[in-house]
Design a protein around this ligand. Sequence first.
Ligand code: PLP
Ligand code: COI
Length: 356
Amino acid sequence: MLNIRIEKTTAPKTKPTADNPLKFGTIFTDHMFIMNYATGKGWHDARIVPYQPVVLDPAAMVFHYGQEMFEGLKAYKSDDGRVLLFRPDMNAKRTNNTNKRLCIPEIPEEDFVQAVKELVKLEQDWIPTKPGTSLYVRPFIIATDPFLGVRPSDTYQFIIILSPVGAYYPEGLNPVKIWIEDDYVRAVRGGIGEAKTGGNYVASMAAQLKAHEEGYSQVLWLDGVERKYIEEVGAMNIFFKINGTVITPALNGSILPGITRNSVIALCKEWGVPVEERKVSVDELYEAAKNGTMEEVFGTGTAAVISPVGHLRFQDQVMQIQDGGIGELSQKLYDTVTGIQLGKIEDNRGWAVEVK
Ligand code: PLP
Ligand code: COI
């Protein structure tokens, strides 16, 4: 159990009004959580302080070798005023899996969840309540040793910031257009693809710009070796409903193990919808789109929730998904996941965690 010191701001910010569209990740709350790590001392000095710049030595290792990780989860306010988090224990577990891969010291799961809860509790008046909005929680860790040699740092900062957000994609629940990339790759097995770290996102940017220039909002990555099998999208996992079966790429080491992905698979199983986690080739998708068995395509992620895909392009082949609207299963998953997140649907799975 952390002993968290709280220093409150003396200059609270003006909160966004209910008609603010809350462009993703642009507004930050009054306070942040920080905790330090030093070899021999462990994690220490947990505190919540006014939101402020982080001052680091220019030689801090995070600036040079990218030893850093981040997480993403959301807090919601239910109609009866409860503050809810969605499966924060999964973010804590994934943090430690990422940390192991990046040689960052682990954080006890209960300390991670406690830090998120205490900050969200203090900032609960910042949780927006308009449909489609939430308070995005961004925990991250940076390596801070002032040292230019390549080795794991001996000191770190674990920080949590909060941002009231609306939809991640400007399209909202309208289907997005996705570009299947055949030149750049995001990750390969044995690399850092399954870790949640900045390096994977900077690796994705050139392809994202290329896709934007072509009028596409996101990139769908292929495997880095054969460039044949589907992996995931820039900020979400991907699902295909083909001939009644829901198919998603198996976790193979280069894909981020999404918490929304895990929840969607569990819900489909509960509902008796057949689900397969396996390799899916781009040829299989093209064939299904051509012969009319491709029923739905959707992405899953914390920021993106359930995001229907209406159009896929691979080289000069275009796959139009049904009539370009949201599919029946995608809509049911969206309603169920957001219903649990908002405390509207009874949750017997322990997914909605109350902040008290
Ligand atoms: N894949 C990538 C690359 C992501 O950035 C995200 C977002 O976190 C996801 C998948 C979806 O993961 P989750 O559902 O845990 O948010
Ligand atoms: C999230 O969905 O939480 C993410 O981390 C995606 C992010 C790149 C915006």
